[in-house]
Design a protein around this ligand. Structure first.
Ligand code: PLP
Length: 454
């Protein structure tokens, strides 16, 4: 039985339309109204605390309540609360952050372009690829290749890149000019008896076949998250990205790494592309760029792209793209402080040190009757639920996952269900004891879910 809705929950349902929420069901269950956060925990209005094992939406990588980030925002707000980068204007905080990102990103990135969100960053990527190919006199080279289960955002173009049905149904998407390759999820997608090498070779052949069928002269870019996040924390086989990068390079296809979740230490290196061997020509960054404290995203592009875009802006007389809040001084100041903290802590090393414990916890549930796979890379991972662990999944997808997340919530843990994958992405600063607390709740929550499912 659901509790009667609180005053706030009723007001919430009357005033808000929530993203990624069943608005009809919400009228019965009510929203979880979060009041404050400190460390890895948040508190609801009744004073109950939860470990936020998803860092909010994969972004609060330093947890909640960080005084240094607050102070960086305050100081910047007092000095220059707003300025922009349009029409040749600039400010020192954006310059410093762009220099910093150029220095720390792999692949010799030459220029940085700022927006506020991950969707805007990936939308910018598409527009830059098109603008560049028009500038280079190859106007046919426009198709963007993504993957099923990818998540790249929710604007018209980036929701089209996203390979999840819920982002397309009744939105008249995907738009033309987008292709989706297979998901590199070996455990779920491999054919009977197929080795990991053969699986990678099959996915690479699928990419080659697409290029062969449509012509390399029509394909602009391949975009990918090093580890698929919202698709269910899907870790690719380690041979996958080197193979896909080589194919793209051979056909002069841009390689865009979407580091919106994977960036800044999450996978155990500064960027996910480094962990999985993806060679990017450009990068999208957001979320942990500011530790989630304020919105900011960045696109970094290599020298070849920068040269083509800049030359074309000279011909046209402008680079006709930008956002009012792109490079917001407060966002840039908080990002600079977040990067300083990550470097001071040597965040990739912190994640490397904690990730074996995280992985072992996830793996330890593989014998449970509801669990098929416990997978992770760095400090992002998932438990894949299925009847007797079978990879075909449940007859009614999503119901068991939702129940499991509810059981975890009752035990003071906030996780997320992607259909029946239970996803975890805790603050990178989580302690061993806190991690043990998260997974201490998982066993009883699985048992309760199993009882309910019988
Ligand atoms: N790219 C990835 C990999 C993401 O996970 C997300 C959001 O979760 C986005 C892009 C879109 O970012 P935003 O919600 O800030 O538009």
């Amino acid at each position: 039985m659901n509790q009667p809705l609180s005053n706030f929950q009723m007001r919430d349902a009357e005033a808000l339309l929530h993203p990624y929420t069943d608005a009809v069901a919400l009228r019965t269950t009510g929203a979880q109204i979060v009041d404050r956060g400190e460390g890895v925990r948040v508190w609801d209005q009744s004073g109950r605390s939860y470990i936020e094992a998803m860092s909010g939406l994969w972004c609060a990588g330093l947890g909640f309540g960080n005084a240094e980030l607050v102070e960086a925002a305050r100081v910047q707000m007092e000095r220059l609360p707003y300025y922009h980068l349009f029409s040749g204007k600039s400010h020192d905080t954006a310059i410093e952050l762009a220099e910093k990102l150029k220095a720390m990103t792999p692949g010799q990135m030459a220029r940085v372009f700022f927006q506020s969100s991950g969707s805007e960053a990936n939308d910018t990527q598409i527009k830059m690829a098109w603008y560049m190919n028009n500038a280079l006199g190859r106007p046919q080279k426009k198709t963007i290749v993504s993957r099923k289960k990818a998540y790249h955002g929710t604007t018209l173009a980036t929701a089209s890149l996203t390979g999840l049905p819920g982002n397309h149904t009744d939105f008249d998407l995907p738009m033309p000019g987008i292709r989706h390759l297979s998901t590199p999820h070996f455990w779920k997608e491999a054919q009977e008896g197929e080795s990991e090498e053969a699986f990678v070779a099959r996915l690479a052949a699928e990419f080659e076949a697409l290029i062969e069928a449509e012509g390399a002269e029509t394909i602009a870019a391949f975009i990918a998250e090093p580890v698929m996040g919202a698709g269910g924390a899907i870790v690719p086989p380690m041979g996958y990205f080197p193979a896909m990068s080589a194919i793209a390079r051979k056909h002069d296809i841009l390689t865009i790494t979407d580091e919106v979740i994977c960036g800044f230490g999450r996978t155990g290196e500064w960027f996910g592309a480094e962990t999985v061997g993806f060679e990017p020509t450009s990068m999208s960054m957001a979320k942990q760029l500011t530790a989630g404290f304020v919105p900011l995203s960045a696109v970094a592009i290599n020298g070849e792209m920068a040269e083509a875009l800049e030359a074309n802006s000279g011909k046209i007389g402008t680079f006709g793209h930008g956002f009012t809040y792109g490079g917001h001084p407060v966002g840039c100041a908080v990002a600079l402080k977040a990067l300083e903290i990550y470097e001071r802590m040597d965040m990739p090393r912190v994640v490397q040190a904690m990730s074996p414990r995280f992985a072992a916890h996830l793996k330890s549930f593989e014998g449970h009757p509801l669990v098929g796979e416990g997978r992770s890379l760095g400090l992002m991972g998932a438990l894949e639920l299925g009847p007797n662990g079978r990879r075909e999944g449940f007859a009614k997808p999503g119901k068991v996952g939702a129940k499991m997340v509810g059981e975890l919530k009752d035990r003071g843990i906030i996780a997320r269900a992607v259909v029946d994958s239970i996803v975890f992405c805790p603050a990178m600063t989580i302690t061993e004891a806190e991690l043990d607390e998260v997974f201490g709740a998982v066993g009883p929550a699985l048992d309760a879910t199993l009882d309910w499912a019988k």
